[in-house]
Design a protein around this ligand. Sequence first.
Ligand SMILES: C[S@@+](CC[C@H](N)C(=O)[O-])C[C@H]1O[C@@H](n2cnc3c(N)ncnc32)[C@H](O)[C@@H]1O
Length: 330
Amino acid sequence: MSMQPISPEPVLRATTGFMAARLLGAAVELGVFDRLGSGSADQDELGRQIGVPPRRLHIVLDAMVSIGLLARQGKAYRCTPVAVAYLTDDAETDMRPFVRFMHRMRYESWLRLEEVVRVGTDAVEEKARSQEEQAIISEGIAAVTSPAARALADQYDFSQHQHLLDIGGGTGSFLRPALSRYPQLRSTLLDQAEVAEVARRRMGESGLSDRVSIQSGDFFTCQLPADADAVLLANVVHIFSPERNRELLGRLRASAAAGSRLLLVDFWTDASHAEPAFAAIMAGEFLLASGEGAVYSVDEISGWLRETHWSVLEHVGLAGPASLVVAEAV
Ligand SMILES: C[S@@+](CC[C@H](N)C(=O)[O-])C[C@H]1O[C@@H](n2cnc3c(N)ncnc32)[C@H](O)[C@@H]1O
């Protein structure tokens, strides 16, 4: 009986994964998806529109076909439904800022992965960032977390709360859907000064700024508002080591009244840390970004919550790999 040869496909796909990422980044930066939108164009026409020689452009276009973001009929290319939904001006969730963030700001850092895994790092360069760079980072994070932000406002009943404190709230992308849906809710967003600046701009544009107080500070050291009856910690735990997370959860508990809620949104994994698969890959990003980050399992976060006097109420899925752990101060 002849044995089926084992396919090398997982090895080849992972080895060339960075090429696919760079090709997608180039397609976004060249404006391929913006130009095509819901229409179609051949490579000559598209090349003229975006100012790139068609002979080289088609390499990027055909790669996008191979990963399912463009479809080709004869010489004409068009966006597939997934590209229309996530990479065009008609997108319900525009993921282009996330692609841009990874493409422009994170690639270099990944060159050091092996070294950081081997010896760790105590030198995560805190380079001064321009306003433009900070906006790329914060808008990129908001793009990838926005499906979860919308799902949280749809699924969690904020009608029981008056004051929502968003710790490490970024651009305010979680607050906007919650405030829009729950008119009784007011909120405080706390983040580092340069991010708070981006949040001020974005909240101003949304017309919700009269219900948000934006504070800048370090959440490990600054005074936390004591009257919030719900605290949101979205995509913050993965930045830190277990020790620092226990410290942060303890600080949040110290300023929370009994009965107040803590909502923890993240890429919580199962006990293996390998599911959801997206979380297992992003763990490398979290390690590199802060020098101490990782993804954590529902069991791990639940254990730290209990140690810091929060009782865990439930764990529910939100959108894609993101889920919500709800805890209450006891
Ligand atoms: C991954 S982002 C999450 C942003 C937002 N919550 C979301 O889910 O889209 C983490 C945020 O925490 C903020 N942050 C990290 N360490 C902080 C600290 N010590 N004090 C205040 N903010 C901090 C970062 O500036 C960043 O905006």
